[in-house]
Write a protein that binds this ligand. Structure first.
Ligand SMILES: [Zn+2]
Length: 462
């Protein structure tokens, strides 16, 4: 059963751990906070990966201005209800960018004149300014680096094909973070649509919520028309570009960490850990053991592992717990026994499994252990995601199922009316989206009873 008190505790606990481990300083004079050096190292590792990933898919990095013209912002403001309520005005003609479009699309308008200028794929790693106060983990704000990508094409078909590539990119990224996700198509919008099709990737958090980690928009010409991004086609006629957009925030890395959190036991996945392995020398006054420890350290460094030696004169238990708090995935212990047998003792942080290996196989075993930690976490998370999804046939059961921490899977028509009517019954819980592939069998819509091929998910979204 879901326990709300426990849930609140978990979120608080997670915040406390981040503060205790000097990841974040929440005591900043304003409602916001400071990211500390250890977190910045984690983010750098993540950004290195993202830069390579974007490069692989043909996206090029740009740096767009923080200040954008209010006139350009109006082009997007007209498309989104109440957007202007959340912006920071600098003066009558300038605002701090609240999203990418008003900074990026004026450049596209100027640079895309002909079909030969297309396709264009841009991304930026940036900060966005939204005038809202929120729990930092739940909603990106100006303390959160945002990664946003836009692309423009000469045909509808090209933009549709790009969406498939983007979904692969997104899947690759979440696989890297070992976050199992639920991929859906967002429901038809009730008012101003910002895209012809929207894809969403949700993760299921340990607090029985789902977290929206990515949205991909098949904008088509909605914004190219709003921003007048017009080009000449091969046949000399003019057309507006066909566009896509998608992005991630730091919420994804935090989700990855949080999925691994168990009370006070938090650790980082090896590929995000600024320190992957700590070598603890047990008998500090033994010169031979010191040399042996150093030899192992050098070997690991040479093979590009991120390693640290601990040779502090402190209680051994305190040393162990200190490194566990630093979320180091693997520990190597070196003492008299290891020196005598030319061996290394490896302890996994995640499940405390301990192994004794031969010195000469150090690299193989360390690589294998780090890999096992990642796949083990993914398997566990993935199983828990699958277990959470329950097929519901009665509209009144949806809210009940969500209350106990599950995701309701229902048959529902893909239209505004059936989504809205279901929403009225479900009340505060939210539709996550529709399954991408239509069901193989026809079913009755949970709302209108008519035959439908579509499947939708409802859950409690952060
Ligand atoms: Zn229906």
């Amino acid at each position: 059963m879901n326990d709300w008190n426990n849930e609140i505790l978990l979120l608080k606990e997670f915040n406390n751990i981040l503060e205790r481990e000097k990841i974040i300083d929440l005591n900043y004079p304003t409602w916001t906070f400071v990211w500390l050096p250890y977190w910045c190292k984690i983010v750098d590792l993540n950004m290195n990966f993202l830069n390579k990933l974007f490069d692989k898919y043909g996206y090029e990095k740009y740096i767009f201005p923080f200040l954008v013209s209010s006139k350009e912002f109006d082009n997007i403001n007209k498309k989104i209800n109440n957007f202007e309520k959340n912006i920071y005005k600098v003066n009558n003609s300038l605002i701090l960018r609240p999203s990418g479009e008003s900074a990026i699309y004026p450049m596209l308008r100027r640079r895309v004149k002909s079909y030969t200028d297309l396709p264009i794929r841009v991304f930026q790693i940036w900060i966005m300014f939204r005038n809202w106060t929120s729990r930092w983990f739940l909603r990106p704000n100006e303390n959160d680096v945002f990664i946003e990508a836009h692309s423009a094409f000469e045909s509808k078909n090209d933009a549709e094909n790009e969406i498939k590539k983007i979904n692969s990119l997104v899947e690759e990224y979440f696989k890297r973070l070992w976050i199992p996700t639920l991929k859906t198509i967002r429901p038809p919008r009730t008012n101003k649509p910002v895209a012809e099709k929207e894809y969403a990737f949700d993760a299921l958090l340990p607090t029985w919520e789902t977290a929206l980690l990515n949205v991909t928009y098949l904008q088509m010409q909605i914004f190219s028309k709003a921003f007048s991004i017009l080009f000449s086609k091969k046949d000399k006629t003019k057309d507006y570009t066909y566009q896509t957009e998608f992005g991630f925030s730091q919420r994804a890395i935090l989700t990855s960490i949080r999925l691994l959190s168990k009370k006070n036991n938090v650790f980082l996945l090896p590929n995000h850990a600024p320190i992957q392995i700590v070598i603890i020398q047990i008998n500090l006054d033994n010169k031979k053991i010191s040399n042996y420890t150093k030899k192992i350290f050098d070997k690991l460094i040479k093979n590009k592992f991120r390693v640290k030696i601990d040779q502090e004169w402190k209680n051994l238990y305190k040393r162990f717990s200190k490194h566990e708090n630093k979320w180091i995935p693997l520990r190597i212990e070196i003492g008299e026994k290891e020196l005598l047998n030319s061996s290394i003792k490896i302890v996994r942080h995640d499940n405390k499994e301990t192994h004794l290996y031969n010195y000469k196989d150090t690299i193989n075993w360390v690589s294998l252990m780090l890999k096992k930690i990642e796949t083990y976490s993914y398997k566990q998370n993935n199983n828990s995601l699958k277990e959470k999804i329950i097929i519901i046939k009665d509209i009144n059961e949806i809210a009940k199922v969500i209350k106990i921490g599950k995701i309701a899977k229902i048959h529902l028509c893909y239209n505004k009316n059936c989504v809205e009517k279901t929403q009225e019954t479900v009340k505060i819980w939210e539709i996550i989206g529709f399954e991408e592939k239509e069901s193989k069998l026809k079913h009755s819509c949970i709302n209108c009873g008519k035959t439908t091929w579509y499947i939708a998910f409802y859950a409690r979204r952060v």
